[in-house]
Design a protein around this ligand. Structure first.
Ligand code: MRU
Length: 362
């Protein structure tokens, strides 16, 4: 997607053919800073510090992390260590483990002197595949928006989204936002309610940044506004992303997603989840088995923003010493989900629906 008219992906190979460049998302929306990753440790730190975040992008960065590790040491021990270090960075997004599995498959039985090149090639392929997958999620999802647009005869279709599941969360396009970009590009009138998404505000800082850069009308709302908006018929449909979806259709996504799904159910608002195949955990049938990341309490008790002089500051918003809990994700049960938008089409959030779309996993 474009920033100031220049096309970007969220991750790409550096000009030296070895380092990997990323957009530092902790600096957005106030500064566009590109960071160069040169080692396995750089890649692991980029994921754990959330310079890169969002399930598909975490996977893509992990893939390049393996390539960076093998470029320094292509031994089997180095491969195992790289996978171990990267797997420990964030627990919920299954794309991370999926990407590490893909990398292992490609390199582990190959001669040592070919491993680094094979790893770089597979990492690039994973990125390209992600772009195409997300583009297809947009192709399939736009029909849902089109149907609302026909019904609304020129009035904007109001879509509520949570967290950031746009191009910054993937390599390009994004998952939940891909249908929205597609609809906007084909001239449909859309308006997006952007949940700010405390505690790290990925909605206010990243989703709003993306939508503004692409010219998509949007309004930032506090996380608790969704119920009110839905009761007052100000939301036509919800579309969110996911970090891990079970084979039965339960969805882990950013904390607060479940409450939006409950409000949607109570108000007869459609609730869709957009995801690529790499986000499905075929080993789980119950969302209760998904590990939920618990992050630093300081993300809850403090907030970071820009001061009038342009500098960035973190300030306390709670009494010094009050304990805080920071669960980063929650589980939305399949029964609250209208449908899953995938690169292969839209399916009910059921084991049968998913198995029909992905028969190779039956
Ligand atoms: O903690 P984050 O910012 O990595 O969480 C991101 C989300 O919850 C997204 O909604 C999810 O990864 C889907 S991204 C296409």
């Amino acid at each position: 997607m474009n920033i100031d008219g220049k096309p970007y992906r969220t991750i790409w190979l550096g000009a030296d053919g070895a380092s990997v460049e990323i957009i530092d998302q902790t600096k957005l929306p106030f500064a566009l800073e590109i960071v160069s990753l040169k080692t396995l440790e750089d890649a692991a730190h980029a994921i754990s510090s959330m310079r890169v975040r969002g399930a598909p992008l975490i996977g893509a960065t992990a893939a390049y992390g393996v390539a960076l590790a093998l470029q320094a040491d292509a031994s089997g021990e180095a491969l195992d260590r790289a996978c171990e270090v990267l797997a420990a960075t964030r627990p919920t997004a299954i794309n991370l483990l999926w990407a590490l599995g893909e990398m292992k498959k490609v390199v582990q039985d190959q001669p040592r002197d070919s491993r680094a090149a094979l790893a770089y090639a597979r990492a690039a392929e994973i990125c390209n595949e992600d772009v195409e997958t997300c583009r297809m999620i947009g192709e399939h999802g736009v029909g849902l928006i089109r149907a609302h647009a026909e019904r609304k005869a020129g009035e904007p279709v109001n879509i509520l989204t949570h967290c950031n599941a746009g191009w910054l969360a993937a390599v390009d396009w994004g998952t939940a936002l891909a249908p929205i970009y597609r609809a906007h590009d084909e001239g449909l009138s859309v308006h997006v309610w952007v949940d700010e998404t405390r505690p790290r505000n990925q909605g206010a800082s990243l989703t709003a940044f993306e939508l503004k850069a692409h010219g998509v009308p949007h309004t930032i709302v506090v996380d608790n506004a969704g119920g009110y908006l839905m009761q007052n018929k100000l939301v036509d449909l919800c579309i969110v992303g996911t970090d891990r979806t079970t084979a039965s259709g339960d969805v882990a996504n950013k904390i607060g997603t479940y409450l939006k799904a409950l409000a949607a159910k109570d108000n007869y608002v459609q609730f869709f989840v957009a995801l690529p195949h790499s986000t499905i955990d075929w080993s789980l049938d119950d969302g209760g088995g998904i590990p939920i990341e618990e992050r630093d309490a300081e993300e809850v008790t403090h907030i970071t923003g820009q001061l009038p002089d342009g500098s960035i500051a973190t300030v306390a918003i709670a009494p010094d010493g009050s304990p805080a809990a920071n669960y980063a994700f929650d589980i939305t049960p399949a029964r609250l989900i209208t449908g899953l938008i995938t690169e292969r089409g839209i399916t009910p959030a059921t084991p049968e629906g998913l198995a029909l779309l992905y028969p190779e996993h039956r």
